[in-house]
Design a protein around this ligand. Sequence first.
Ligand code: ZN
Length: 338
Amino acid sequence: MTPVARSAIALAAAWFFGVGTGVNVTGARGGLDAGQSENARTADSGDLEVLELRPNFFMIAGAGGHIGVQVGDDGVVVVDTGSTAAAGAVVAAIKKITSRPIRYVINTSADPDHVGGNETVAKAGQSLFTSADFLGGAASILSAEKVLARMGAPTGQTSPFPVAAWPTETFDHPRKYMYLNGEGIEILHQPAAHTDGDVLVFFRRSDVVVAGDILDTTRFPVIDVAKGGTIQGEIAALNRLVELAIPSVPIVSREAGTLVIPGHGRVCDQLDALEYRDMVTIIRDRVRDLIKAGRTLDQIKAASPARGYTRRYGSDSGPWTTNNFVEAVYQSLVQDKP
Ligand SMILES: [Zn+2]
């Protein structure tokens, strides 16, 4: 995050309030630390942070992946729903923001920390469509078609999610759009980035992009090769994000510009996304050069292609280590060979 973005968000975040039972009224730096405090908390504590990014746009942190909440006359559009354990607290947080009904849930991928609250959040809402009675009147759940494929049950197996959590509306083309609460909402499919079902959700008047796990400022991007993720698609998605966002130029002192909500970590601006894209690209290039030089995966790992970035993004343990990332880059590039 640049100093400019830091203070811009501090201004935007001048008003915080606590939600749920674990009321957490944060100070002026609360929003900036949202990602870090998220990591330190358990998702089921009900201890969420709500950050007002724009007059009608909020971010909820601490429920798993970050959640975007757009509010207006049409009701509430929610991007991602956090983990299942935190779902009740997420609904309480949204109710505290507004009494208007939740109309839409949009999922940025099929990851459990982004779709886990789908059933509870959708059922707390009310569809815009009277014909949705067959859905019990719950809010619509919108995603790329691949998300439904990931959440549904393969033949003969049990689905990892209840049917009520599955997307009710899917699309399989590059751009889906809606016009709700006085602004255009673009849902841009990034077909092979973190997974094959990722989307960037761009709220055009609010000037906020919800990026999901395409952007994760707490670590190297999670390229889930088994679920259709690739390093090439990840870089393409980050390029798209950089193109969508506009920084505060030429009058830098205004501290304005597009806000980008990452899947995890700090709220970003265009420069943050650009720096992250450059970091990922540099590491991809190093791995590619080592492959061209005939090195094996083990030799490539030993050559530390992520050097210079491991202190900020790397990890030697946990679910996504530096070696996991290097291996995913390698697998993507090897797969890509004719
Ligand atoms: Zn995530």
